[in-house]
Ligand binder design. Structure first.
Ligand SMILES: [Zn+2]
Length: 205
């Protein structure tokens, strides 16, 4: 398909590549999501890229994509935190016996925005890496691929991406979503909406 071919050409040509991943990439919606992450990795591994995802299932960190180039500000359900937030500690899967907080004995919960008291220390180091990387894209030939990001948490990817496109005159964005591919008028010159499910779109890339 024409759009797929154009995106492949633009990936090859760009200096910087920013990818936003949203709810169309949840494992519960796409059971073979690892195949798609591996496909992305093959396409972009030579590029200077950064990925920001709102998906919290932790699947992306099991892929061969570089963890140093990924930020998941909504958290990761496989990382555990105290449900009472008695400590800011965050544990990796299996580190704590019985999923019980070793300090206060409260049950553990996923370190995500769904937690009653989300411990943000889990994502902040990679968030800082992301903002630093993003600052370095100004006036660079930046390609933005926004994949399946709706309006669940628009302040994380959707709105900031629109701002980035409007500020960087050398940028170009594709917003691919099965339902919400619309674009604000101000950025239409440099952005294109593709009304297709983004994981399916990538499957046939
Ligand atoms: Zn605790």
């Amino acid at each position: 398909m024409v759009e797929q071919r154009r995106i492949l050409e633009e990936i090859a040509a760009c200096d910087k590549l920013l990818i936003g991943i949203g709810e169309e990439w949840k494992k519960e919606a796409v059971p073979d999501i690892q195949n798609l992450y591996e496909k992305i990795d093959k396409l972009i591994k030579e590029k200077d890229y950064f990925i920001i995802t709102t998906v919290t299932d932790g699947e992306i960190l099991k892929s061969s994509l570089e963890p140093g180039r990924i930020t998941a500000p909504c958290g990761n359900v496989t990382w555990r935190q105290c449900s009472k937030s008695c400590t800011k500690n965050i544990w990796e899967p299996g580190e704590v016996a019985d999923d019980i907080c070793p300090y206060c004995k409260a049950p553990m919960t996923g370190n995500t925005i769904e937690a009653e008291n989300y411990i943000e220390e889990g994502y902040l180091p990679q968030w800082n890496a992301y903002t630093g990387w993003l600052a370095g894209t100004l006036n660079k030939n930046l390609l933005i691929l926004e994949l399946g990001v709706g309006f669940g948490t628009p302040t994380v990817i959707r709105w900031p991406f629109e701002k980035t496109v409007s500020v960087n005159r050398k940028s170009r964005m594709y917003r691919i979503h099965g339902t919400f591919a619309q674009l604000p008028e101000e950025i239409k010159e440099r952005a294109e909406g593709i009304l297709e499910n983004s994981s399916e779109f990538f499957r046939y890339l």
